[in-house]
Design a protein around this ligand. Sequence first.
Ligand code: FMN
Length: 251
Amino acid sequence: MTTHACRSLIHRLSLLRPTRPAACFNTKLPYSTCSNDSATKPQQHANQALSPATHHHDGQTRPRRIVVGITGATGTVYATRILSILQRLGVETHLVISKWALATMKYETTASEADIHALASRSYVVKDLSAPIASGSFQHDGMIIVPCSMKTLAAVRTGFCDDLISRAADVTLKEGRKLLLAVRETPLSDVHLDNMLFLRRAGAVIFPPVPAFYTRPKSMDDLVDQTAGRMLDSMGLFTDGFKRWDGFERD
Ligand SMILES: Cc1cc2nc3c(=O)[nH]c(=O)nc-3n(C[C@H](O)[C@H](O)[C@H](O)COP(=O)(O)O)c2cc1C
């Protein structure tokens, strides 16, 4: 096996078994935030060379930061996979989970709330509009809402942002940063489609988590990895933990 193939296999195996450090989430903290060790202590990441963990601007450096919002659409597994990949890449993550995302997550995965928060560098309470990510002065490299419900899509489209997920998305757009919406509903009504088109024209990436079968997935993990990897591609974050199209293969 070549070194590249070996590294790729190790990476894939590690993604299928996400680490679960002790949770730090505490909704009673005064500013409703908490800090994981991963945010403050430098860590060794198997895949670090694949994606620079530092953002450089005008001679200054800061950690690469992504805001992740999870809302109450089905498909919360995409969020946990993305958080665990970002953790391995050494990217600082700022996480907000809606009330209905928690309910959906409890129903469709075995992950606990603490498990999810442990994957993030920092977590916030969804109703806390005083959190740093509610302001444009907090610098980051983009936001992903995954999955994104039709309700949150509508909130971002109209600018009626009364929770931290929609407010952070609103701010991301106004600051001209990357905003990826992993919208999930089927079938789609005129209202949903109109909201998506409007936000696409406003600069957001509309990324329904639609599985690809040309990679001949062997498991649900393969499907989730491929979609999560393509979402991160869209954010300019490279990971090799999934199969990419390389032309028709001969059997
Ligand atoms: C099990 C479950 C699955 C759901 N799936 C979806 C979905 O795929 N898309 C959607 O737009 N809403 C879905 N909903 C409804 C949303 O949770 C609901 O509209 C909620 O108000 C969204 O709020 P949020 O965006 O603040 O999380 C689902 C609800 C439940 C309980």
